[in-house]
Design a protein around this ligand. Structure first.
Ligand code: MN
Length: 336
């Protein structure tokens, strides 16, 4: 991975890059925030003549707690910054970064790079270089680049990367063969594991808990052989609601967020058993459905999300809409 990173750095230096933007996905989670900050530190070392900006369209409440570890701040607008190069970090396509206007950047054919651990997206083929590794987290990718380059991350960055890894691996439920040795390295470099855990242990807000309760109450269930599918709607916290329903006992949960006129967001979660037994990758399912509705989607084996444009054919009645969306998902799962 460090080889690819050094190629990126060489190109940036050759082109005398002045302004670099690192973008996370919208509603940035702890993995994207920590890996973006970890990447910024590395770029400052390797492309010293550049100024590096962090961008995030929106950030989860939990992710905002990570900012206590750093002076770095994320911007939610490009405004007058004339970027020469962009990195997508923990995402692999422009739709997922949210509403940043990059037309000027693409007109002048700036350099673009992707560092990510999600399923493949066509945008990755269009960038100058990419590092795509199916590791537990983008934080793990960044940590391994530090390791390979023999760069010691500052203690706070090591703690941030630990947080990203713990969060995205769901507290080490999903690991790669190198996850634990990477954790060991971060701890040896001053990463504080207890601090990382306590940062992630936060009481959910009242709104999030209400969303979970409402989402559970409105849920429709469909049993197909050994599989139980659950679908529901709320106005926000869709991924939290989906996660909680897997905890309650369903195999597959789709939660529809209905808070905009022209767009709906859908969060998908399943148990690992479900994904393996049915040979499905929720990231691919989300991407396929989103493509049919001029939206964007992606994710992993058991966790994915999509934003799709509302179309005339969607039923107005909420319960009918849920049935309609569940049918879309079921046919996607069965016809893959
Ligand atoms: Mn991630």
């Amino acid at each position: 991975m460090s080889q690819e990173f050094l190629k990126m750095v060489d190109l940036l230096n050759q082109e005398n890059t002045k302004y670099i933007g690192i973008f996370t996905h919208q509603n940035a989670d702890p993995d994207s925030v920590s890996s973006a900050i970890g990447l910024k530190y590395l770029l400052e070392k390797y492309v010293p003549s550049s100024t590096i900006y962090l961008f995030s369209h929106t950030m989860s409440t939990l992710s905002k707690k990570l900012l206590e570890f750093t002076k770095d701040r994320f911007l939610d607008t490009i405004e007058n910054i004339d970027l020469d190069a962009i990195f997508l970090c923990d995402t692999n396509n422009l739709e997922q970064i949210g509403g940043f206007s990059l037309s000027k950047f693409f007109e002048k054919k700036g350099l673009s790079f992707v560092i990510d651990h999600h399923s493949h997206h066509d945008f990755t083929d269009q960038v100058n270089y990419s590092i795509i590794k199916k590791l537990s987290s983008t934080a793990e990718i960044l940590s391994q680049i530090y390791l390979e380059l023999k760069i010691k991350p500052p203690a706070d960055i090591a703690t941030l990367l630990l947080i990203g890894m713990i969060f995205d691996s769901r507290r080490f439920q999903y690991i790669s063969s190198s996850t634990f040795s990477t954790v060991e390295l971060l701890i040896q470099n001053g990463g504080n594991y207890e601090k990382a855990l306590s940062t992630l242990q936060s009481q959910m807000t009242v709104s999030e808990r209400m969303a979970r309760l409402k989402g559970t109450k409105r849920a429709l269930h469909y049993k197909d052989g050994e599989n139980i599918y659950t679908i529901s709607y709320i106005s926000s916290f869709e991924s939290s609601v989906a996660r909680s329903l897997i905890g309650v006992g369903t195999d597959f949960a789709a939660i529809v967020a209905l808070n905009q006129e022209d767009e709906i967001r859908i969060s998908l979660r399943s148990s690992v058993q479900f994904a393996k037994k049915n040979n499905v990758n929720l990231g691919e399912i989300a991407n396929n459905i989103a493509n049919k509705f001029h939206g964007s989607g992606g994710g992993h084996l058991t966790a994915a999300g999509m934003n799709i444009k509302t179309v005339e054919s969607f039923p107005k009645d909420k319960e009918k809409l849920l049935e309609y969306i569940l049918d879309l998902i079921l046919s996607e799962i069965k016809n893959k």
